[in-house]
Unconditional design. Structure first.
Length: 266
């Protein structure tokens, strides 16, 4: 077994989380959990066989094994990992995830989420389940589909660029500045961004600013000058032109228009 299909649209039902320690009592474990998924984040080296398929365990690797699957661990000494045993929803969008992956740059975040789940489990299992759910989403996105394209999981640099943009819509944004934040060159970001989103960086910034402006105009009582400043277009004449161009009406007209259920909230 090399891949599994998961559905993460709803939170998992967590049966247990903790720190597992193996090895001292014996070098081999063979078992299965009939009704539960197993999420493991490893801190050791060992060999794992999942329904006959071998996998190599190294520190920083993460595995996700479905219910009723026979697993065989061969340890090389004391072996410690973070784990969660859980049930996943049957409905929702299916996502294909490798059984074993390297956490890579996500290792600190995954470790933090699972440690928080371990700490919360005895007193606040609902919070523990939330931390595990967040960890599962990260695990599901460790290996982007190939080839990249619109609708697929973007390159990590594009994700970093989008996070940078979204957190700074109120301030000045330039493509070179976004590229520096993403750790790549201006030209490389431009190519990756268009492949992942179908937009230029500049067009994406403009679209997100106006989406947020539309939301605030329709849903809040903030003044129009305050909204313009909040979305990084403090010049009212420029803000008025941007609204006409992107939203098809003046800020006052957008504010007075009926709210439709499809309106994007940014």
């Amino acid at each position: 077994m090399l891949e599994v299909v998961v559905r993460l649209d709803e939170p998992p039902v967590v049966a247990n989380v903790g720190v597992g320690v193996h090895g001292p009592a014996g070098h081999t474990d063979v078992f299965r959990l009939p009704d539960l998924w197993q999420l493991h984040l490893y801190r050791y080296e060992a060999d794992l066989t999942v329904d006959g398929t071998p996998h190599t365990i190294r520190p920083g690797r993460v595995s996700l094994v479905p219910p009723a699957t026979t697993v065989r661990y061969r340890y090389r000494g004391r072996s410690e990992h973070l784990y969660a045993h859980l049930r996943l929803p049957a409905g929702g969008e299916p996502r294909t995830v490798p059984v074993m992956q390297d956490a890579g740059p996500e290792l600190p975040a995954l470790s933090a989420l699972l440690l928080q789940a371990v700490a919360a489990w005895p007193s606040t299992p609902v919070r523990a389940a939330a931390e595990v759910w967040a960890a599962l989403w990260r695990v599901a996105h460790l290996t982007p589909p190939a080839p990249p394209g619109p609708g697929n999981v973007p390159h990590p640099a594009v994700t970093a660029a989008i996070s940078y943009i979204e957190s700074r819509l109120a301030g000045p944004l330039t493509v070179p500045g976004v590229a520096r934040a993403a750790g790549i060159s201006h030209n490389h970001l431009t190519r990756l961004f268009r492949t992942a989103t179908g937009d230029t960086v500049v067009a994406y910034i403009r679209r997100r600013r106006l989406a947020r402006a539309r939301h605030l105009l329709r849903e809040s009582t903030l003044s129009i000058p305050a909204i313009a400043a909040t979305v990084g277009i403090p010049d009212l004449q420029a803000f008025n032109k941007a609204c006409h161009r992107e939203l098809g009406a003046s800020p006052r007209a957008v504010r007075g228009a009926p709210v439709s259920p499809w309106v994007e909230h940014g």
